[in-house]
Design a binder for this molecule. Structure first.
Ligand SMILES: C[S@@+](CC[C@H](N)C(=O)[O-])C[C@H]1O[C@@H](n2cnc3c(N)ncnc32)[C@H](O)[C@@H]1O
Length: 190
C-alpha cells in the first residue's frame, strides 16, 4: 500500500468516524435493538486488504458481494469501485438515507438480518458484527456458512464462531489472527 493510499484511507476513516459519532451517537447498541451494534466502521486499509483477497480468491467475474449491516455505505462503495456488484442490507432507515446520499450508485436494501436469508445468492459475503450478543452472532455466522454457495467467500470482521475449523468445509485465505477472517467454502465436488 503506498503512502498516498494510507493518507486517503485515514481521511476516509476520519469522515466515517465523525458521521458515526454525529448520526449514530458513537459506538454502542442500536436503539431498541440490544442484540445489535450500531455503526462502527472497519478501518479502510483492512477492508481493502480483505476485498483484494476475495478478488484473488474467486473465479466470478464482477463478483456479487453482500454487505451485512452496510451502515453509511463506505465498505459497499469501496467494493463497488473495485469491481464487485454490491448489495447492502441495513436495518436503520437513517443510515440508509445517508448512505444513499453519499453513494447513490450503491444498492442498499432495508431489511433485518435476523430474518433475511438469501446468502446463497452471493459470491462474497462481508460482515462486521453486526450482533453484539455472541450467541446471536454465532447463529448468524453459521447460517451464512450453511447457505453460502460452494466456492463462496466470507469476509468476517468480529467473527466469534470458529466451528468452521473442525467442519473441514472452508479454507482459510487470510486472517489478521484476531478479529478478521477470510474463508472460502470448498467448491462442489462434481
Ligand atoms: C458494526 S456496524 C458495521 C458497519 C459497516 N458494515 C462496516 O463494516 O464498516 C454494524 C451495522 O449493522 C447494522 N445492523 C445491526 N443489526 C442489524 C440487523 N438486524 N439487520 C441489518 N443490519 C443491522 C447496524 O445498523 C450497523 O450499520
Amino acid at each position: 500500500m503506498n503512502h498516498d493510499a494510507e493518507i486517503l484511507a485515514t481521511q476516509i476513516d476520519g469522515i466515517a468516524h465523525s458521521l458515526g459519532t454525529w448520526i449514530a451517537g458513537g459506538i454502542g447498541h442500536l436503539k431498541n435493538r440490544p442484540e445489535s451494534w450500531g455503526f462502527a466502521g472497519n478501518p479502510t486499509l483492512q477492508t481493502l486488504t480483505m476485498l483484494h483477497v476475495a478478488l484473488e480468491g474467486t473465479s466470478a467475474k464482477s463478483p456479487a458481494l453482500l454487505e451485512c449491516g452496510s451502515g453509511f455505505g463506505f465498505v459497499a462503495a469501496l467494493a463497488r469501485e473495485l469491481g464487485f456488484s454490491v448489495t447492502g442490507i441495513e436495518v436503520v432507515p437513517e443510515y440508509i438515507e445517508l448512505s444513499r446520499r453519499l453513494f447513490p450508485a450503491v444498492r442498499i436494501v432495508e431489511d433485518d438480518l435476523l430474518t433475511w436469508d438469501h446468502f446463497g445468492d452471493f459470491d462474497v459475503v462481508y460482515y462486521n458484527g453486526p450482533f453484539a450478543h455472541d450467541q446471536i452472532q454465532a447463529n448468524f455466522e453459521r447460517r451464512i456458512e450453511t447457505r453460502l454457495r460452494p466456492g463462496g467467500i466470507i469476509l468476517a470482521v468480529r467473527k466469534v464462531d470458529h466451528t468452521w475449523q473442525a467442519s473441514g468445509a472452508f479454507d482459510l485465505l487470510w486472517t489478521d489472527g484476531a478479529l478478521r477472517w477470510v474463508l472460502r467454502k470448498h467448491p462442489a465436488v462434481a
